[in-house]
Design a protein around this ligand. Structure first.
Ligand code: SAH
Ligand code: SF4
Ligand code: F3S
Length: 463
């Protein structure tokens, strides 16, 4: 998925005008959050948002390398800018994010027009690095960093829902995954820094926050000096209680949960705290114990189901979403079918699926039992059909129900409609006006009667 930062109405504290910039973001929410911070840094430095990518004086690609196709896309974007630089030598080209970290110097050799290659741990250092570029250097910033707090104001895409990083990096070693090698070791932010950021968001009108981490359940375990909960450890459960009561924030979400570390204590806290939304994104990856073991995930299908069942028992309204990889090395037809059965059993609201893609510096990429492209394509198609069917079936429960929707914006594809989400994170559309009330504003929570369901979204009308 790619997104581009669009203009928002946030306060600007420009220094002198430095030219225009454009950021294109690939990959996950972590990258989106990094882009919003880098955008804020560029604005503080005096850059203004360009009207279009091909007219910008500075172009920044915040890249992803989770699968091979994500990587190929960046190279095609880069080629276009490299050609442009031949006629416009002042153009600055920056590659940030996970592919930048992975490829490092290779990128500079492959595309010598690039001015700056910077890994994700360097996002908050963009100004320092750009100053080096302005002094005539081609800069490579991929060394391991302690991540300092960003002292500028992030320029966020939404004025209602904000991402808040709570832990960077990942210490797991899933055998297919490139993230630990590109995002480095876990680094938690302090509860106070997180609270300050959320209080500031609340002050300027944000209503919803999503706490972010690749393995959010690991929050706090790198802090030895914090002694907060009963067992003397700083945990996600503690953090949720610590930030819960910030006035103005109506909804709290978090992602991504790891089934190995997801605790009953956390589920109890979510049930107790009213602002925490009933949506849990818990990637399962496979429905086969053998494959889970080979993936190095550290849980079984049974222990996964226990978590899900406990959530359903305590919060029956909850939506549960997941990620799954098909055609992992050595996956038999039977093991693939175990994943399909798990999806039927759990009745996930949504599953993000992908065919296994071998990644650099990961163990599974070197195993000899890789599956063919044909098997990958077939299994992916099959699982996607099931996911769509299950999602639609799950959505039946919304039909004719009343849902609390936090209004986010006008529907860009139909300006007579507004869009927002249920607490369970289902995208919901509804007409702006009704006979007996004025159009609600973004940020308002409204009651919507759902009258139309599709696999991945709902439509309703204002009550
Ligand atoms: N931290 C999260 C997910 C991170 S990556 C977790 O632990 O689950 C997001 C998703 O990309 C993963 O859940 C996985 O389904 C998918 N993914 C990661 N590496 C992959 C690979 N090599 N091939 C295919 N899909 C992959
Ligand atoms: Fe990758 Fe595993 Fe870490 Fe998730 S927990 S980011 S899948 S290594
Ligand atoms: Fe991609 Fe990096 Fe996120 S590899 S999925 S952008 S952590």
């Amino acid at each position: 998925m790619t997104t581009s930062i669009a203009p928002t109405k946030q306060s600007k504290s420009f220094r002198s005008h430095r030219g225009s910039y454009w950021i294109t973001t690939f990959g996950c929410q972590m990258n989106k959050a990094d882009s919003e911070r880098m955008s804020g840094i560029l604005q503080t430095m005096g850059y203004e948002l360009a009207e279009e990518e091909l007219k910008a004086d500075l172009v920044l690609y915040n890249t992803c390398t989770i699968r091979d196709n994500a990587e190929q896309k960046v190279y095609s974007y880069l080629g276009r800018q490299a050609r442009r630089k031949k006629s416009d030598p002042n153009l600055k080209i920056i590659i940030a994010g996970c592919l930048a970290q992975q490829e490092g110097e290779t990128l500079l050799r492959r595309v010598p027009e690039v001015d700056l290659v910077m890994g994700p741990q360097h996002a908050n250092r963009l100004e320092t690095l750009l100053n080096q570029v302005d002094n005539g250097h081609q800069v490579l910033a991929t060394d391991e960093q302690h991540i300092y707090e960003d002292i500028t104001t992030a320029r966020r895409e939404s004025a209602i829902c904000g991402w808040v990083n709570i832990i960077y990096g990942c210490n797991e070693r899933c055998t297919y995954c490139v993230v630990p090698s590109v995002r480095g070791k876990e680094q938690s932010r302090t509860p106070q820094a997180i609270k300050n950021e959320i209080e500031e968001l609340a002050r300027i009108g944000y209503k919803e926050i999503t706490l972010l981490g690749q393995n959010i359940d690991a929050y706090g375990r790198d802090f030895k000096s914090y002694k907060f909960n009963k067992s003397g450890q700083l945990t996600l459960s503690y953090l949720l209680e610590y930030i819960h009561d910030i006035e103005g924030i109506e909804r709290i979400r978090f992602a991504t949960s790891h089934p190995r570390y997801f605790t009953k204590e956390l589920i109890d806290i979510c049930a107790k705290l009213p602002k925490i939304c009933e949506h849990f994104h818990i990637p399962v990856q496979s429905g086969s114990n053998k494959i889970l073991k080979n993936m190095g995930r550290g849980y079984t299908v049974q222990s996964y189901k226990e978590i899900v069942n406990y959530i359903k028992q305590i919060m029956p309204e909850s939506s549960i979403t997941s990620d799954a990889i098909v055609a992992f090395p050595g996956e038999t037809r039977g093991e693939f079918e175990e994943t399909l059965s798990l999806i039927e059993d759990v009745q996930f609201d949504l599953v993000n699926t992908a065919a296994y893609s071998p990644r650099p510096n990961t163990p599974a990429a070197l195993w000899p039992n890789q599956l063919s492209e044909t098997v990958k394509i077939d299994r992916l198609r099959e699982i996607n059909n099931l996911v769509e069917k299950t999602a639609k079936k799950r959505n039946l429960r919304y039909k004719n129900s009343l849902q609390e929707i936090l209004v986010e914006s006008i529907n860009s594809k139909d300006s007579s409609q507004l869009l927002g989400r249920t607490r369970t994170n289902r995208l919901t559309f509804f007409p702006k006006s009704s006979i007996n009330r004025e159009s609600p504003q973004p940020g308002e929570i409204v009651n919507i009667k759902i009258n139309e369901i599709r696999p991945f979204s709902l439509t309703g009308s204002l009550l």
